[in-house]
Write a protein that binds this ligand. Structure first.
Ligand code: V47
Ligand code: SF4
Length: 370
């Protein structure tokens, strides 16, 4: 298909040169990455599909997981965030250890392989509190993979426990932490970062936490929050920093573009980008991040339909079957207010897109083929 497009004379000389580079598996520069935004969307989809097929054939991955959001109390005030509250503020929550363990109990013998734990940066909770939480969850669900705490939460809880980064991450690993989710990356460009989340960990800190995690044997995910104040250069520079770190460590499992949702936050006035832009972001991420094996569409945020279409734009993963416990997107106005999909729903969604559903564990070992 790409060869036909190349020989049809449809592409400008510049686009033909970039497409040829991709075909020959040569790495794109930042400038070439930015130029991808000027490609026809259909052509981008074909190129991204081609790259994805090389890595994943027709496989589309999902996992069976559940979420715990221990608290939405947060010391920060990110402008895009609809979720955080201050202590005692209306709408705040803070689950007790017992509540959390009860939740873990309810997933016994349900076939889930992962628990994803993220929440606000609570002023009073340190690494040992969260370490004990992991330990006690694992007493209930001994085989569960614990993917927990964004770099921003880790930064705070490790400092609060008076440890350095490496000591803190090793200690959490000892408590039972298995990997780290990709949140908190937002957009690395310092000026935009200052405007949307000026207080929290810097880009350098985020990258250093993931680098150190990879060093101590904790794999992680990476994200980018798009569709707010950033431009195409900021987006590609963000991907470029992730690509550089992946070259050094090979510790990232997957990249997840996170679409800014506008409800109930200080950036609501910006609105949201349209579906065509979402698909562009997925395709360009697939093309630019040549050293990432997987690109994930987080369906509770995008909705089921767009997630399904994204499978033709370079995406090979649609996250897991989750219950209604993830509030970070529903509070920001995500389409599915009660985001649940059964395994059958997920399998059907993937099959009707012409792909092969694979249930995976967190690090992409096959659990079951459908
Ligand atoms: O860092 C907050 C984002 C992230 C909004 O690793 C928003 O598998 C859109 O870490 N609109 C946290 N996004 C979520 C996270 C995550 C999510 C899915 C999968 C994985 C993974 C990790 O949520 C934050 C921020 O970028 N976020 N508010 C909003 N209004
Ligand atoms: Fe806190 Fe995370 Fe919301 Fe920022 S995005 S205010 S760190 S909960």
């Amino acid at each position: 298909m790409i060869h036909e497009i190349l020989s049809s004379g449809q592409l400008s000389d510049l686009h033909e040169r970039i497409t040829n580079k991709i075909l020959q598996q040569q790495r794109l520069t930042v400038e070439e990455g930015i130029e991808l935004f000027n490609f026809d969307l259909g052509i981008l989809g074909i190129i991204a599909n081609f790259q994805n097929k090389k890595k994943n054939q027709d496989k589309v991955f999902f996992n069976k997981n559940f979420h715990i959001e221990p608290t939405n109390i947060c010391i920060y005030d990110c402008k895009f965030c609809s979720y955080h509250r201050k202590v005692n503020q209306e709408g705040s929550w803070e689950y007790s250890m017992d509540d959390i363990l009860k939740k873990a109990e309810s997933y016994k013998n349900k076939g889930v392989t992962e628990v994803h734990i993220v929440g606000g940066v609570h002023p009073n909770r340190d690494l040992h509190y969260y370490g004990e939480m992991i330990q006690r969850i694992k007493e209930i669900l001994p085989d569960i993979h614990v993917k927990a705490f964004t770099a921003v939460e880790l930064d705070f809880m490790i400092k609060k426990a008076h440890m350095n980064l490496e000591e803190g991450l090793l200690k959490l690993k000892e408590y039972g932490l298995n990997s780290i989710p990709g949140g908190g990356a937002e957009i690395f460009e310092p000026e935009i970062r200052k405007q949307v989340c000026h207080e929290k960990s810097t880009a350098e800190q985020w990258l250093n936490i993931h680098k150190t995690a990879h060093k101590v044997g904790l794999p992680s995910n990476a994200t980018m929050l798009y569709g707010h104040l950033e431009n195409n250069r900021h987006r590609i520079e963000h991907l470029d920093k992730l690509r550089d770190l992946q070259d050094q460590t090979k510790g990232f499992n997957t990249f997840i573009p996170l679409k800014f949702k506008k409800a109930n936050n200080s950036l609501s006035y910006i609105g949201e980008v349209n579906t065509l832009e979402d698909l562009k972001i997925f395709a360009i991420s697939r093309i630019y991040l040549d050293n990432f094996d997987h690109i994930k569409a987080y369906w509770p945020m995008l909705g089921k339909d767009v997630s399904q279409i994204s499978l033709s734009f370079g995406v090979d993963d649609i996250d897991g079957t989750i219950d209604d416990s993830t509030k970070i997107y529903s509070m920001a106005g995500a389409k599915d207010q009660k985001p649940t999909m059964t395994t059958n729903d997920l399998v059907e969604l993937i099959k009707t897109a012409g792909k092969k559903p694979i249930e995976r564990d967190t690090v992409y070992n096959t659990v079951k083929e459908y």
